[in-house]
Design a protein around this ligand. Structure first.
Ligand code: ATP
Length: 338
């Protein structure tokens, strides 16, 4: 039995959470993998109800669970996810971009992962007003850079596909900070002779993600660049509705869609739940590794192939060219999960 904490979020968060609870309950009932789910508040709704975007009760419940699922939160996102990433030391943000069939996408043969450093860079929120200007601290340390580089090489090794890591930075302009990142990645590369290593400036990478995304295997990059490039890579394979993410540390992990609360489509039952369902797939893979539980990995593969088969058969939500509601799409997934 795995104890899952679930932040139900804002905007389309509650609709996506309902979908994921349906999927988990089906796995629980039909595939004999047991979960207990604790639904929690965080984000705009929690701020309104309790005065805190991340209430203590939510934080305590997350800490005592085995793993956390987080639906998108709204305007207070920085006070929730950025805090959780740092507090729980979830240093690796993993964002796969994979082609699914019949997507409104630029390419249909992509299978890559962005490994984004999750604790440093401009996201530490250290900003000051100085003489009428705003100043932000960009912190890049050798330790954190080496740690994420190692994670990226291990990811490439485990995938066993193109065996390639691309280190993305802008060290020709940010000589000290990105110089440290580049040097750390180069040093770690020495320990992985079986994996080819290349460096790319972030502007060139943004271009190549559109021009030849098939050439990438694993991209390792700093926090802000990773945030931007992963939105781009998800669009290249069909949009944010298909984009899952993982925030991983040595002891704990949190899984969430790449996208935000999407208030423009909230409450309309048109959101694509695949981003969150595929985040559950990533969660099952992580639980499998952590607990040496083959059943989790078996169900993870089944869940992913079910999403693949459902969209292949033309059952899709509006964002990817279909007409199904969030609930109809979810029901199709669970009906095939036997
Ligand atoms: P944030 O800055 O918090 O990441 P954002 O306002 O930039 O959020 P998102 O919420 O990430 O934007 O999404 C951008 C747009 O993509 C949304 O306005 C919505 O139209 C679309 N979108 C995002 N997620 C989904 C989804 N799961 N299903 C369908 N459309 C989506």
């Amino acid at each position: 039995m795995y104890n899952i904490s679930l932040i139900t979020g804002d905007g389309i968060g509650p609709e996506l959470s309902e979908s994921v609870v349906t999927v988990l309950n089906t796995i629980n009932d039909k595939l004999d993998l047991k979960f207990s789910i604790k639904e929690l508040q965080a984000g705009d709704i929690a701020l309104k109800n309790t005065g805190k975007a991340l209430p203590d009760e939510t934080l305590d419940a997350i800490k005592s669970s085995d793993v956390c699922l987080k639906a998108p939160v709204g305007e207070s996102a920085a006070d929730v996810i950025v805090v959780l990433r740092r507090m729980l030391d979830l240093y690796a943000n993993i964002r796969p971009a994979k082609s699914y069939p019949h997507m409104p996408a630029l390419h249909d043969d992509i299978d890559m992962v962005i490994v984004r450093e999750n604790t440093e860079d401009l996201y530490t929120g250290k900003e000051f007003a100085v003489d009428g200007a705003g100043v932000a601290l960009r912190i890049i340390s050798e330790d954190a850079s080496k740690r994420i580089a190692k994670y990226a090489f291990e990811t490439s090794k485990q995938r066993g596909q193109k065996n390639k890591v691309t280190c993305v930075h802008k060290s020709n302009v940010m000589r000290l900070t990105d110089g440290i990142f580049s040097k750390a990645c180069k040093e770690v590369a020495q320990d992985y002779p079986g994996i080819s290593f290349e460096e790319m400036y972030v502007d060139a990478c943004a271009m190549n993600l559109i021009r030849q995304p098939q050439s990438f295997d694993v991209i390792v990059t700093t926090n802000l660049f990773g945030d931007i490039l992963s939105d781009e890579s998800s669009q290249v394979v069909g949009g944010l509705g298909m984009a899952p993410a993982a925030n991983i540390g040595d002891k704990f992990a949190l899984f969430e869609p790449v996208h935000g609360a999407a208030f423009d489509i909230a409450g309309k039952q048109i959101a694509n739940p695949s981003s969150f369902i595929l985040s559950v797939k990533m969660m099952l893979d992580w639980l499998s590794q952590k607990h040496n539980d083959a059943k989790c990995s078996e169900v993870a593969s089944k869940l992913e192939s079910t999403v693949h088969d459902v969209v292949k058969s033309g059952i899709k939500t509006k964002d990817i060219g279909g007409d199904k509601t969030t609930k109809e799409f979810t029901n199709e997934i669970v009906s095939r999960l036997v």
